[in-house]
Design a protein around this ligand. Structure first.
Ligand code: F3S
Length: 756
């Protein structure tokens, strides 16, 4: 059912020629990332060297994966591309729309009822266009991809920012917006700025309480949330090869949290073992025949400073378990310093819930190590102090860990097993009913990847800390944020002092993976007779109308919709949680546009001035009033605007509502591309300090947009309330092709015209 060995053999069949040609042209040994990039050029065998961080390059990815929340919009767009079948192997995974509440079975039943229309739509579009469909309950996209599709040396894109997880199997796997996925599904090249390269040398070995998660938590602390922007992180060294393949996946997964384009590891025996364990011996055999092309040239690892733009070295033997948070995944605290840090910051020490699993950390190794701690609860006569939940990453993992007794072990400590889905990781956790917004201040620990405010449970007062599944389990047992299992003891039910022994587990199931029904549906061979219906009355799905092309004129008289203060992630621009259900209905989901962004002028969310009336109102309401009167608007933002997920809704919604430009100090890469694809202006202040000049009652004129051209800054005339004017220089990164998207109204409008 799953992978396409012929496609993989084709990739391996050409890798030598392409990599050898690239080495010749570049004139030096190559990193792994370069080998994968140069062997996936749209134009085939390399004929020129590219400049990292500068050149836009067309690539030909091997695969596409979409999750249900983003797939709706991607497939609605693909339906307009005029194609009978997808051009590259593609899968859709139903994982985001399943709310966690009481437990797997009941939650799945409820989701199948409430999102039936969406799942049916995704299933039938997949069936029609040759897309593999993973049903609700089959698992989380990245775990399913790692188990079935990822392969060393491959390149894939996915409509989810944690697509990067597949780097654990030596891929270059990149999260994109749905519009990019549509390009590739439609057989078009996929464009990316040739990334910079960060090398991370791992020396020593993990042992005891330290897990692969701690490597990336440490890297996040070093690089910060935007330190990886525009770069591929390539891990190497003895510490890398000694780690499991799924551990590598965890590290790559959270590369998204430092803004990295992706992360990857060279092919090694752990990958060989994982491929065989997941019943892909033929992929392992094929990879072994070209293995020198699936890792960097030896010279690179001997003197990495000569080949990477930045090199970080981490000694795993000295690495401590970490907890990162709250509210940002790069606030790294080694567990030995947590007591002090919690006191200093007044973080509540009582931990309400420990949550393990998710796409980041639900491998057999993770679960078996966490279970080895849970087992000690009864052995040492302890009582688990926090609530505890598990979200397995796939049905294959769930089935196998149940068979091997781990679910029973967790049940014995009072755990709740949620469905094989995203659940609490994406705000689909019904923890407070309708009262999430006013929930109490409390602490949770989880082994997921993100911990922005409200991310898990919608409660702005929940402080979420990210740690390895082992550490999360130990902390849940103790009930305390400052519990350091390396040094601290616990008092058991008999009043005795006991110590948790180090976690132990298995890299892979000794008896192999097993599953009864993986939840996969193959597409029809000929889908031409399959019908896809979308009801006119649906509030979940809406067929798309093309965006208007640019009229060729300067934009004059624009008003400020919002000047966002501080962090403005895609969650702030297009909130998840309860809004996930409208991901296939552009007009309905537009009602959440920017409601999480903080208005700099009053420090409130969803409270902006309507310059037509002088009144304040919600962002979408005010914007709809501007739209009704045909008045253009702009959005202004700070650094790394649009960081977080790849959802193109964050670009489509403002576009749909009539916003003309987003002007910021800097963009997160995926969001900037999404704005371009949807025919929006995404611009940056040439002088960051000009952000401060934007006032609430200003009017804006783009006085030289008519001359929009690559490498030519634009000029924004700002007219202040008192009539004074000043010009601000705005930079942009649009190339000719992207300017063509802008002119056409969107990239999709262009594709459609080309396929007509
Ligand atoms: Fe899902 Fe959270 Fe992963 S939303 S895809 S489990 S990052």
């Amino acid at each position: 059912m799953a992978f396409d060995i012929d496609m993989i053999k084709e990739v391996y069949g050409r890798v030598a020629e392409r990599v050898d040609a690239a080495r010749e042209i570049v004139g030096r040994p190559l990193t792994l990332s370069e080998k994968i990039l140069y062997s996936h050029l749209w134009d085939g065998t390399p004929t020129q060297a590219f400049t990292r961080g500068k050149d836009y390059v067309d690539f030909a990815p091997d695969r596409v994966a979409c999750q249900d929340a983003t797939a709706q919009m991607a497939l609605l767009q693909f339906m307009h591309a005029g194609k009978a079948q997808v051009a590259v192997p593609t899968t859709v995974h139903c994982d985001h729309l399943i709310q966690a509440k009481v437990g797997a079975e009941a939650d799945l039943k409820r989701a199948n009822k409430t999102s039936n229309e969406v799942f049916d739509f995704l299933g039938s579009v997949s069936n029609k266009y040759g897309i593999g469909f993973w049903k609700p309950g089959a698992g989380i996209i990245h775990q399913v991809v790692l188990e079935n599709y990822a392969f060393p040396g491959g390149m894939m894109i996915g409509t989810d920012s944690h697509t990067v997880n597949a780097g654990g199997l030596g891929m270059v796997a990149i999260g994109v917006g749905g519009a990019d996925a549509v390009d590739v599904m439609a057989g078009m090249p996929w464009e990316l700025k040739f990334p910079k390269l960060i090398g991370v040398k791992l020396t020593g070995n993990l042992s005891g309480w330290t897990a692969p998660k701690d490597v990336i938590l440490k890297v996040a602390g070093i690089l910060t949330a935007k330190g990886g922007t525009g770069a591929i992180i390539e891990y190497f060294g003895e510490g890398a090869t000694s780690m499991s393949c799924t551990g590598k996946g965890t590290i790559c997964n959270m590369g998204a949290e430092v803004g990295a384009t992706t992360s990857t590891f060279g092919y090694d025996e752990s990958m060989d073992r994982y491929l065989r364990a997941t019943k892909r011996a033929d992929v392992a055999d094929a990879a072994n025949q070209v293995k020198e092309y699936l890792t960097a040239d030896p010279e690179v690892y001997q003197s990495p400073e000569d080949y990477f733009d930045e090199v970080i070295e981490i000694n795993l033997s000295e690495l401590e378990p970490h907890l990162n948070g709250p509210f940002t995944p790069d606030l790294a605290t080694p567990i030995s310093k947590m007591s002090e840090a919690a006191k200093e910051n007044d973080w509540p020490l009582n931990v309400q819930v420990g949550l393990i699993g998710s796409c980041t950390n639900s491998s057999y190794e993770d679960i078996s190590r966490a279970a080895s701690l849970a087992k000690q609860v009864s052995e040492k006569n302890l009582k688990t102090k926090s609530d505890f939940t598990i979200t397995p990453g796939s049905e294959q993992v769930r089935f196998t860990i149940e068979r091997d007794g781990f679910i029973d072990t967790f049940n014995n400590i009072g755990a709740t097993v949620f469905a094989n889905a995203c659940g609490p990781c994406i705000g689909m956790w019904d923890r407070y009913g309708d009262n999430a917004a006013n929930g109490p201040r409390n602490t949770i620990v989880h082994s997921f990847n993100r911990n922005f405010a409200k991310r898990a449970d919608g409660n702005p007062n929940t402080l979420a800390f990210v740690g390895s599944p082992e550490l999360v389990t130990a902390i849940a047992i103790s009930g305390r944020l400052d519990f350091n299992p390396l040094t601290d003891t616990l008092i058991n039910e008999d009043g005795e002092e006991v110590r948790l022994e180090e976690p132990r587990g298995y890299e892979l199931p000794p008896e192999g993976f097993d599953v009864e029904d993986a939840g996969y549906q193959s597409p029809a061979k000929d889908g031409s007779n399959v019908t896809v219906s979308v009801s006119q009355d649906s509030d979940r799905l809406q067929l798309l109308e093309p965006f208007e092309p640019w009229d060729g004129n300067n934009i004059m008289g624009a008003k400020l919709l919002i000047k966002a203060y501080g962090k403005c992630t895609t969650d702030h621009i297009s909130m998840a949680g309860p809004w996930l259900k409208y991901r296939g209905h552009l007009d309905n989901i537009a009602n959440n546009t920017l409601i999480g962004a903080i208005n700099i002028f009053n420090k409130k969310t969803n409270f902006v001035k309507n310059q037509l009336t002088g009144e304040y109102g919600g962002v979408p309401d005010v914007q709809r009033e501007y739209k009704a009167k045909n008045i253009p608007t702009i959005v202004v933002g700070d650094h790394n605007y649009g960081e977080g997920s790849s959802r193109e809704h964050a670009a489509m919604q403002p576009r749909h509502l009539g916003v003309k430009a987003v002007i910021v100090k800097s963009f997160a890469r995926i969001h900037e591309t999404n704005l371009k694809k949807q025919g929006m202006l995404g611009l940056t202040f040439a002088n960051e300090a000009d952000y401060d000049k934007i006032q609430e009652n200003d009017t804006f004129n783009f006085i030289d947009l008519e001359d929009f051209a690559p490498d030519k800054p634009l000029t924004l005339e700002v007219v202040h309330e008192d009539g004074t004017k000043e010009n601000i220089k705005l930079n942009h990164t649009y190339n000719d092709a992207q300017i063509a998207w802008y002119k056409a109204g969107s990239a999709l409008n262009l594709i459609k015209a080309q396929n007509a």
